[in-house]
Design a protein around this ligand. Sequence first.
Ligand code: NAD
Length: 285
Amino acid sequence: MGAQILDGKVMSAELRAEIAQRVAALKERGVTPGLAVILVGNDPASEIYVRNKGKGCEETGMYSRTINLPEQTSQAELESEIEKLNADPAIHGILVQLPMPKHLDEQAALAKILPEKDVDGFHLINAGHMMTGTEGVIACTPRGALYMIKSTGIDLNGKEAVVIGRSNIVGKPMAMLLLRENCTVTICHSRTKDLVEHTRRADILVAAVGKAGFVTADMVKPGAVVIDVGINRVDGKVCGDVDFEHVKEKASWITPVPGGVGKMTITMLLDNTVEAAERNLNRDR
Ligand code: NAD
């Protein structure tokens, strides 16, 4: 029997309807949640993501602003834009689109964003909150992936979770969230020996590698929940890290690419921005 599909489009549509209601409630109190995205240079994939973020804001009634900076922007110029947005009361969320041109220091730029406006959850303060399980902004992609895992209704207590990938934006925070759900978590990476030994134990398997078709059916435990975070382009077509056609015959639940985690990432970004506006309003009172 084939796996059930975790449909990011359907889940996002439901969540965005709720977000739109919260935006409407904020507007009644005189606040329009605002998201600013800084895009340095003109990487075509980044331009698509930024456009989709703008569309998401429009769809939920939020204000969005895109700041396009030229490729040769200096670190000082970038940080000065961030500081202007930090001080702007119309902006509740600031996102610096990654990756940035090589001459810029991403970590230094992210550190300039006010933690309460860091809707990507990449600021060290928010990474620290994630680590300690205290209240902070949770990175959008792992947050969306966890939402999808939880939507299966499976009891996560004591489950074996294996995350392939250890980046700061996906792998590590994903592992931390699964740990918070009482999974027994293994993080695999490019130096892991006997990867298959680990993945075959996984009740929950998350792939965040960036290699098309990397996870094959023989790596998957029958009945596993398989979450494909990867976004790869093969012959102009978008695909994930999982060999979807074969793995879906073995898994109990699986996310497609496109239409899976990627869609949820932007929805979580919208949610983080509304939450930032709500928190700000409550602080002001
Ligand atoms: P990254 O390049 O920073 O990390 C890739 C990870 O894969 C590394 O930690 C590396 O150790 C691991 N890896 C590489 N080869 C391996 C191997 N042979 N065996 C085991 N592990 C191996 O990438 P990232 O930023 O974490 O993104 C991962 C993928 O997720 C990319 O395809 C990216 O486009 C995608 N992504 C999707 C979303 C989304 O919204 N769906 C968001 C962010 C990233």
